[in-house]
Design a protein around this ligand. Structure first.
Ligand SMILES: [Zn+2]
Ligand SMILES: [Zn+2]
Length: 144
């Protein structure tokens, strides 16, 4: 029984998908740094004043739906790309080239109410809309 805790960590699976259901995925591992972002890209892509993100190891990502992998769009060519469903347009993921972590939109996950997915900070506060309260920095990181 000594290994049971490690086994549990490594087999933790989170599933999610887009609005129309063609793009489905699973990610494994512990959710890393759930946060909202109010940068101009997130506001344009997300269709709202902010998006909510959480990291998972890229190696544990599988595209499991009929639509296979989503469509990737380079928001910063050669640096950062965002993924969306080519049919319904749902924003699903983001990655930095060369990074071992993939960002998943918390709203794409099947259980976004998981307590471990509560955002601990907000990125890009200086471009946030003035009419919505900002997410408190409960992790007290240096991100502004
Ligand atoms: Zn879709
Ligand atoms: Zn952003």
């Amino acid at each position: 029984m000594a290994d049971s805790r490690n086994t549990e960590v490594h087999t933790e699976v989170h599933a999610g998908g887009c609005l129309c259901g063609r793009i489905r995925f699973t990610v494994t591992g512990t959710p890393d740094y759930p946060h909202t972002c109010s940068c101009p890209h997130c506001q344009k892509l997300g269709g709202g004043p902010m998006m909510a993100w959480v990291g998972f190891p890229s190696a544990g990502l599988s595209w499991t739906g009929d639509g296979g992998a989503p469509t990737w769009f380079d928001t910063y060519p050669g640096e950062t790309a965002r993924a969306f469903c080519p049919r319904c347009g749902s924003s699903i993921a983001a990655r930095d080239y060369g990074d071992t972590t993939i960002g998943i939109t918390i709203s794409a996950l099947d259980h976004p109410d998981d307590p471990r997915l509560i955002p601990v900070n907000q990125s890009c506060r200086d471009t946030a809309v003035s009419w919505l309260p900002q997410v408190p920095d409960t992790q007290h990181s240096s991100t502004t």
